[in-house]
Design a protein around this ligand. Structure first.
Ligand SMILES: NCCCCCC(N)=O
Length: 369
């Protein structure tokens, strides 16, 4: 696609809409996903103040969600079956190009990449043992939008990459070089596919993702993200005894020793992680042990980070974990780095991180065409 002039826009570039799934499986979400649906609802309502939202819900969930959103003109609900509701990873990665007949390109100015998906590691450490429905979500979304589809055989989740829109991609070795994704591909081969499909010329590799992020093997979207070309927001901790400290120091060094596609040094802004937060006994017991999904064990560290936010048109939709001090600190940092956006902290994001991700993981932006 890069050869055809496509690139993945930066997430802060104008959106046509936001796509979301709807949680229900009781072996990944506690209390039959009731608390999680409350937070998904808050997230969809918050985003809908800035851009249209499409919620995809299973046949079982459709009636309730449709009724819930009946008076929300900026939210539409469609029926779609899924194994779980992580549309960052199962939705398409949209790519765009400057279209128009004047430059001889076909009219198509937007397309969707349909990566291979194996539930974050397949039977070698994945989150559940059947992902057959999730593998069709990207295809169904681009069909609904009548957008061309670029299918790829490489396993990749949208949460494992971030781009600056100007040729640079950041990702983690912990995830992309994990043998449970593409064991048959070398680092160079993976780089070349990212360059071709995302329209980037430089990959900056970060060794490890967020401590505790075992579900995804350290997706970059839980560790750091671009806030504009040349500037990266990095999850940090002042506690040198927290295992996160070493990880963040390594990431800081990888980022400050690199230059981006335009030859810029990277400026790093730190944002402190909440907590540390751990799964409580009550939370763990609320998740059904079916044997078909990764168990939620009380006492395990939650992979909670404020960089897992969604940049909507003019709004930053960020997780609030109930850690009053760090939630407020994070809101201030986000407002400072996004001076022209309205920062909305979504209460109850702890329910999403109990499922293994956060607000960025449950959303997928569709850029304007
Ligand atoms: N249990 C699956 C968690 C998936 C998290 C998704 C993400 N992009 O981090």
């Amino acid at each position: 696609p890069a050869k055809m002039g496509f690139r993945m826009p930066a997430e802060w570039e104008p959106h046509e809409q936001c796509w979301m799934g709807w949680p229900e499986r009781p072996d990944n979400w506690r209390e039959h996903a009731e608390p999680a649906r409350k937070t998904f609802e808050r997230t969809a309502m918050a985003i809908s103040k800035f851009e249209p939202v499409t919620i995809c819900a299973s046949a079982k969930q459709y009636p309730r969600v449709h009724e819930l959103m009946e008076h929300q003109p900026n939210i539409r609900v469609v029926e779609m079956s899924m194994n779980d509701s992580w549309f960052r990873d199962t939705g398409p990665t949209f790519i765009t190009r400057e279209g128009g007949s004047d430059i001889g390109l076909a009219e198509q100015t937007i397309a969707g990449i349909d990566w291979e998906f194996n539930a974050w590691g397949g039977l070698g450490g994945g989150c559940f043992d059947d992902w057959s429905l999730d593998r069709s979500i990207a295809k169904k979304i681009v069909e609904i939008e009548r957008i061309p589809r670029f299918a790829h055989t490489m396993v990749l989740e949208g949460g494992s990459i971030h781009v600056d829109g100007e040729g640079t991609c950041i990702t983690t070795e912990e995830c992309l070089l994990n043998p449970n994704r593409n064991p048959h591909m070398t680092k160079l081969e993976i780089e070349n596919e990212l360059k071709d499909f995302l329209g980037v010329t430089k990959i900056i590799w970060i060794p490890l993702g967020l401590h505790g992020d075992e579900d995804t093997n350290g997706h970059v979207d839980n560790l750091c993200c671009f806030i504009k070309p040349g500037v990266i927001l990095l999850s940090w901790t002042d506690d040198e005894n927290d295992p996160q400290y070493e990880i963040s120091v390594k990431a800081l060094s990888a980022l400050t020793q690199a230059v981006d596609a335009k030859g810029r040094q990277i400026e790093v802004v730190k944002i402190h992680v909440p907590g540390p937060l751990y799964i409580t006994k009550e939370e763990g017991e609320g998740v059904l042990a079916t044997g078909h999904a990764v168990p939620r064990v009380p006492g395990k560290r939650l992979a909670a980070s404020y960089v897992n936010f969604y940049p909507a048109n003019g709004g930053v939709i960020a997780p609030a974990f109930g850690d009053k001090k760090r939630d407020e600190e994070a809101r201030e940092v986000l407002q400072k780095v996004f001076p022209d956006h309205e920062v909305v902290m979504v209460e109850g994001a702890r329910e999403i991180v109990l499922g293994g991700g956060n607000i960025h993981c449950i959303t997928q932006q569709q850029p304007v065409r």
